[in-house]
Design a binder for this molecule. Structure first.
Ligand code: ADP
Length: 495
């Protein structure tokens, strides 16, 4: 559930639940009251404390009034008067009966003992009237019922209610209500807090733990949070971040590993020609090459080994530049036919020395041009042809063919060999940086795995594309395309 929705629900619950509970509680309290009058009395308390004091004894007043109207003899029965007083006492009240100047019954207690003179005279308080007085220091209400026997003899009954006893009772009710309201609020708040807490905290805790793990560098701690709220979105974003960091860390480790591998390969590849150079130069210095022919052979070998080292170092330097996009290009319009013709002648001579046949086909129209850097394009050809030589079959003759085809807006170059071929598993990766085919790694064929990645980078920097097809044991074909270039037509008039 969305956090926003959760907060809106909480807000509604805060308002509705206490109201509902308060209503139920009120109903419960009033129903539970066996004494209907008491319940009414409690309710009335909040409206008017004086009416509460009056209602407190209304039953007894009614009975006394009935006696006065219909049965005044009852006032002469002391047992009835005493009973009435007992009933009043339960309600913090008592009764005083006066006939003429005589007090017939005095139900007053020690703390409230009104003197005879404090009693209102006959007929002073009418029906429903209540006098509020203090007797001693005690506030009291006085109600009066007058009666007569018909023979001129008459009397009054005074009902005293001590307010200071009844009021605390009312205060207690008020306190009960307030305490209930407080409890309801506390209950609602507790339910809400636990609901909100339960929905939010576990997720926050999980994220906190995950953040601590990431801080420690442990990137394999999966942040597994389910739901559809904002915190879950945040947790998912954190999980994506963790995965990304983890992938980057793995990539970094792989790159470092590859770098180490490269250094070790290069060191190894440099060592072999260097050993030859040292050996042959020592042969000259020691006089082992004692004929001009021998000396020339030694010097040629030293020269070719030095070139080998140079090529290797060049590759390394290009590799470091490729990483930072610092290959120096010198783009010029190039006649494709002319360029590949001379390239073919140069490479062909080299290959002929190694008894490798090179065939060349040009199916392009004359004058077909591309924008390219001849030096880098030569590097591409040398690299692909060099690989064909490197990965030739141990037995049998190697033959290489170079074809130029017309592919609409593009010139397509194909270089095919009948060498070892590349396995299906290796083929998708041969243009990756530092990737060496399975076989190349296990055989003694030297290499760093950067040649084809440089080739790919050069072709893509020319706006072209490169790919290869191959069959293991039969040979490979490398293809690349470059966009054709046509000179802007010169429409200017000759002066
Ligand atoms: P290197 O030759 O230094 O290993 P490259 O990037 O030039 O690195 O080539 C990558 C891999 O592609 C080689 O290790 C090899 O397995 C495979 N490969 C490239 N060219 C050929 C080819 N003509 N015939 C067979 N395998 C090849």
């Amino acid at each position: 559930m969305k956090l926003k929705k959760r907060l809106i629900i909480s807000f509604l619950i805060i308002i509705i639940v206490p109201m509902l509970l308060a209503f139920l509680l009120f109903l419960g309290i009033t129903r539970a009251q066996k004494d209907q009058e008491a319940s009414q009395r409690r309710a009335l308390y909040f409206a008017n404390s004086l009416s509460l004091l009056q209602n407190n004894t209304s039953n007894e007043i009614e009975i006394l009034k009935k006696w006065a109207e219909k049965n005044p003899q009852n006032f002469q029965k002391e047992s009835l008067i005493r009973k009435m007083n007992e009933s009043l006492q339960e309600k913090h009240s008592f009764l005083i009966q006066r006939e003429g100047l005589k007090i017939l019954f005095d139900g007053s207690q020690d703390e409230v003992r009104p003197s005879f003179t404090e009693l209102p005279e006959y007929g002073r308080l009418r029906d429903g009237e209540t006098l509020v007085e203090t007797v001693g220091d005690v506030p009291v209400t006085i109600q009066q019922v007058d009666y007569g026997y018909g023979n001129g003899k008459r009397g009054s009954v005074f009902v005293f209610t001590t307010a200071n006893r009844l009021l605390p009772e009312g205060q207690k009710i008020l306190f009960d209500y307030l305490a209930s309201a407080l409890l309801i609020l506390l209950f609602t708040a507790a339910v809400l807090i636990s609901w909100l807490y339960g929905g939010i905290m576990p997720k926050i805790r999980k994220m906190q733990k995950a953040a601590e793990e990431i801080e420690k560098g442990k990137l394999d701690h999966v942040i597994d949070v389910k739901g559809s709220d904002e915190l879950t979105d945040l947790a998912r974003a954190m999980e994506r971040m963790r995965k990304r960091l983890s992938a980057d860390a793995i990539q970094k480790l792989e790159a470092e590993d590859a770098q180490r591998q490269l250094i070790s390969n290069i060191a190894h590849d440099l060592k072999t020609p260097l050993t030859s150079i040292t050996g042959y130069s020592e042969g000259i210095l020691d006089g082992i090459a004692n004929t001009p022919e021998k000396q020339e052979k030694y010097v040629r070998t030293i020269h070719s080994k030095a070139k080998e080292m140079n090529a290797l170092l060049n590759e390394l330097s290009i590799y470091s530049k490729i990483d930072t996009d610092r290959i120096p290009y010198n783009f010029v319009p190039l006649d494709v036919g002319e360029f590949f013709q001379s390239c073919n002648e140069e490479v062909g001579m080299d290959l002929a020395n190694q008894d490798i046949g090179l065939s060349y086909y040009n199916e392009l129209p004359k004058g077909c041009a591309v924008i390219a850097d001849p030096e880098q394009l030569t590097r591409v050809i040398h690299n692909i042809v060099g690989n064909a030589v490197k990965y030739k079959k141990p037995e049998g003759n190697l033959s290489i063919s170079m074809r130029l085809r017309d592919a609409g807006d593009y010139v397509q170059v194909e270089i095919e060999d009948n060498g070892q071929g590349i396995s299906k598993e290796d083929l998708p990766h041969i243009f990756d940086r530092l990737y060496r085919g399975d076989k190349s790694r296990t055989t003694k064929i030297k290499g760093s795995g950067i040649g084809l990645s440089i080739v790919k980078k050069i072709i893509s920097d020319h706006g072209g594309q490169i790919w290869a097809t191959s069959k293991l044991g039969e040979g490979s074909v490398f293809y690349f395309v470059l966009r054709k270039y046509s000179e802007p037509e010169n429409t200017g008039e000759q002066a």
